[in-house]
Write a protein that binds this ligand. Structure first.
Ligand code: OSB
Ligand code: MG
Length: 368
């Protein structure tokens, strides 16, 4: 299919609550949305870059720059037999995976719609319901944290992920474990530790966590391998993994025993599938992470999480966990720890274009 037109828009979306991690806090999200047009159809993607470079090198503004100056002018007019061939055209762009992923994901939606199949089916998904958890930001008080977790568990999430940092870790997690003895718990450090913290990190083993996510620096594959050799708790890599190559390195070194795959972080759904396949061949589970996406990014994540290797609950929570009102219909819901994978063509939810247009603060369009 020929890509006839591409549009990138920025909209502000306000989270219902501040989300804090060891790498900073956010409430007013700046969301970049991508639309590709061809054969009378449209495909949607979302760029997961944040306003600041606290999670990754990329930001909303670097993504805007790379998309509008380099990627979208190259993409329009291309014959996209599949999303992979579209990526070939922008292979010359180094890095900027989040920017590129937003286009790749829009291309997956577009081609799935053209074929009349759901994105899940197109990706090789095997499940119609996927287990989902919730990611809980840092809270000022233990009581506040316990209350929020209790509320989420009440809503049916299959597990709770708790953000940690030095000073808010073992004691806090012990209280959570005491209060919820049999709930599946994950701790996410967003790189807040070094190997000098080894004695502290070893204490995690007593808490029976499902995993500790990204304890060390994102480029510290060796440190993570050493740490995994010292602790029984499964290490999950998030920020460290940008590609299938990184995955192969982590597997070779033993840096982790699971990966949080975020399609935006790794350059798209195609690369996500390759990471999934490598981990599956190594008989290790993966799960789908989140970047506090709108319903558009969430729909992509959900389709990905329907692949067979995604056996652990993802950070794919209900629309109302994030937003007063989502930009897709129907909104995403969680029932008994599960979320239904849309079966309609493409991402399978209706995009509220009118509302997006009303919210748009900047827009750039490219025509073949
Ligand atoms: O580290 O997984 C993370 C959100 C933004 C950036 C990084 C992370 C997160 C989350 C939230 O944990 C997951 C979600 O979208 O619910
Ligand atoms: Mg993480």
């Amino acid at each position: 299919m020929k890509i006839e037109r591409a549009v990138v828009r920025e909209i502000p979306l306000r989270l219902r609550e501040v989300f804090e991690s060891s790498s900073g806090e956010v409430q007013n999200k700046r969301v970049l949305l991508l639309t590709l047009f061809g054969e009378g159809l449209e495909g949607w993607g979302e760029c997961v870059a944040w306003a600041d470079p606290s999670y990754s090198d990329e930001t909303v503004d670097t993504a805007w720059h790379v998309l509008t100056e380099f990627v979208l002018p190259t993409v329009v007019g291309q014959e996209a037999a599949d999303p992979g061939s579209l990526l070939e055209a922008v292979r010359w762009v180094r890095g900027h995976r989040m920017a590129i992923a937003s286009v790749e994901m829009a291309a997956w939606d577009l081609t799935a719609r053209a074929e009349g199949v759901s994105l899940s089916e197109k990706l090789g998904g095997t499940r119609t319901m996927v287990p989902v958890g919730v990611s809980v930001g840092l809270k000022n008080t233990d009581e506040g944290l316990l209350r929020v977790i209790a509320d989420y568990l009440e809503e049916g999430y299959a597990r709770a992920k708790i953000k940690i940092k030095p000073g808010r870790d073992i004691e806090m997690l012990s209280l959570v474990r005491e209060r919820f003895p049999s709930v599946a718990l994950v701790a996410d450090a967003n790189s807040a530790y070094t190997l000098a913290d080894l004695p502290r990190l070893k204490e995690l083993d007593g808490l029976h966590l499902e995993m500790i996510e990204q304890p060390l620096a994102r480029d510290d594959f060796l440190g993570h391998a050493r740490l995994q050799g010292e602790i029984a708790t499964r290490i999950c890599l998030d920020e460290s993994i940008s590609s299938a190559h990184d995955t192969a390195l982590a597997l070779e070194l033993g840096s982790c025993r699971t990966i949080n795959i975020k399609p935006g972080r790794v350059g798209g759904l195609g690369e996500s599938g390759r990471i999934h396949d490598l981990m599956r061949a190594a008989e290790l589970p993966v799960w789908c992470g989140g970047m506090l996406e709108s319903g558009i990014g969430r729909a992509h994540n959900l389709a990905l999480a329907s692949l067979p290797g995604f056996t652990l609950p993802g950070d794919i929570s209900a629309s109302r966990r994030y937003w007063e009102r989502d930009i897709v219909a129907p909104e995403f819901e969680v029932i008994d720890g599960l979320m239904a994978v849309p079966s309609a063509p493409g991402i399978g939810v209706e995009v509220d274009v009118g509302r997006i247009e009303a919210l748009t603060v900047r827009e750039a369009a490219f025509v073949a």
